[in-house]
Design a protein around this ligand. Sequence first.
Ligand code: PEP
Length: 248
Amino acid sequence: MTSVENRARLVLGNWKMHGNLAENAALLTELRAADAASHCEIGICVPFPYLAQAASALTGSSVSWGAQDVSAHEKGAYTGEVSGAMLKEFGCRWALAGHSERRVLHGETDEAVAAKAQAALAAGLTPVVCVGESLADREAGNTLAVIERQLKPVLALGADAVSRMVLAYEPVWAIGTGRTASPEQAQEVHGAIRAALRALGAAQVQVLYGGSVKAANASSLFAMTDIDGALVGGASLVADEFLRIAAI
Ligand code: PEP
């Protein structure tokens, strides 16, 4: 499936800090079994300790896997951090950068997120750079200004770098709340992101929407011109629901 402008649709799962070996095995088996039936590219971003399990279950399938964060540093005395090269050794394709839970709970700045995206690229990973406004930002009419501010250091990496990324618009007020942005609200922001990408010469970058995406609301979101797929949290833990989103 492709968008009107021929960008391939991508549906990525973000397991967050969920799962255990037994539950993961069942979920991975279902994803692998269904992989041929999906209409689009599918990937999952799993907790670091389960990367080897994902690699072993998914190697040879078309489902890709990745991590939920990546260090901005190549190597060194950074206790608790995981480098892009380490992720690459476990066959990762993706690394999320700047998920709102990292920005809010771990104080990641816009510059730190851009540095992580750059480090992911240097290691041969595709960074999935997440941006999104809080409810207070939206209510104050600051949505587009916040997105512009968050993207600024990322876009400053230049067209060549940005062309190798995926972006995800995830309004913070819609993540894990059951409250989704309306397709029109999402499109307004996606359209602004697309305009910035176009101005840079990187219009083909996939821009995913995230925030309480489910099979029931995904098709109206995917119908929007500048929405190229979804970053799915809670619903990615239920194989059937996740695969129904990917089958739209
Ligand atoms: C996410 O974790 O990126 C997310 C969008 O979560 P949820 O789908 O649960 O809102």
